[in-house]
Design a protein around this ligand. Structure first.
Ligand code: FE2
Ligand code: FE2
Length: 290
């Protein structure tokens, strides 16, 4: 067993992807698994822009130079993630899969419900900010879980999944594993209390499940190449999980529960060493380095 690297400087990698020729269902013959993963492209552009905006607001509150550097690295990485997934969304739109109604719902959620509330007193504004950071930390637990999964999902390669999409997902997943402690450490820095962490997961976990299920049904029903009777169900998702094409819903739930342990820390999940190794071999990350 190799030791984890001590201290990592988080660096944004300015990746580019060429989507020409990408099928909407990029795992051949697997519409449900493809679209369940495609939900990421619906959720992440708005969600990660909101992460960036929230963490920028937190910068003046940070009293620790290393944490501040990590937060800056996190901001840089998430900003590029949002644009990379936006590129896929734009491509899907050009292919006749209109994400408009779903994306407008995301904009409402992240801008109106979770966004800035002008006119708050400094005390209430700070509380609102820390509450949002707690929600980001809970979501980041799942992005690290998913990142770790995609780095260890050889069945996707065996199923003939599109290599450029796999590289986007693994580059993103590896950076999620790489920066998995930042949101949690920022939350601990601003509020080490246990109740806020639990409360945020109690909100973020179920909302994510709801948004994901809704997104998968949306994509399957709007895919112009699938018939009008096409549908996605939990049974199909669980079956694809058993085949290694999707993360198992039961494992995702168990992972969410681990976040509630008092001695939890994100470093207990996933492998920084594996993430860094993938980033060293990722075609997109290598091209960005030159
Ligand atoms: Fe991300
Ligand atoms: Fe992240």
């Amino acid at each position: 067993m190799h030791a984890e690297p001590d201290r990592l400087v988080l660096q944004p990698r300015d990746v580019q992807f060429d989507w020409s020729g990408l099928p909407l269902r990029w795992i051949p013959g697997e519409p449900v698994a493809s679209h369940v993963i495609n939900v990421l492209h619906l959720l992440l552009p708005e969600g990660e822009r909101w992460f960036v905006q929230t963490f920028r607001q937190a910068l003046p509150l940070i009293r620790d130079e290393e944490l501040r550097e990590d937060v800056l690295g996190f901001i840089g990485q998430e900003a590029i993630h949002a644009e990379a997934h936006q590129g896929v969304l734009d491509y899907f739109t050009a292919q006749g899969l209109d994400p408009g109604p779903y994306v407008r719902h995301m904009e409402w959620l992240f801008r109106r419900i979770l966004g800035d509330r002008p006119g708050l007193s400094p005390t209430v504004a700070r509380r609102h900010l820390v509450e949002r950071i707690a929600i980001v930390a809970a979501i980041e637990h799942f992005t690290a879980f998913l990142g770790d999964w995609i780095l260890n999902a050889p069945d996707l390669d065996r199923a003939g999944a599109h290599p450029v999409m796999l590289d986007l997902l693994r580059w993103h997943g590896a950076e999620e594993v790489e920066h998995r402690s930042v949101a949690y450490d920022l939350l601990q820095h601003l509020d080490p209390g246990y109740p806020r962490r639990v409360r945020a997961m109690a909100v973020a976990g179920p909302v994510l499940v709801y948004l994901w299920a809704r997104g998968a049904r949306y994509l399957v029903s709007r895919d112009p190449e699938l018939g009008p009777g096409a549908r996605a169900s939990w049974r199909m998702v669980a079956a694809d999980g058993r085949r290694g094409l999707l993360p198992s819903p039961v494992r995702a739930l168990r992972s969410g529960l681990r976040y509630l342990r008092r001695d939890y820390h994100p470093t207990q999940e996933g492998s920084t060493r594996q993430a860094v190794a993938y980033l060293g071999s990722s075609p997109a990350a290598r091209a960005a380095a030159h």
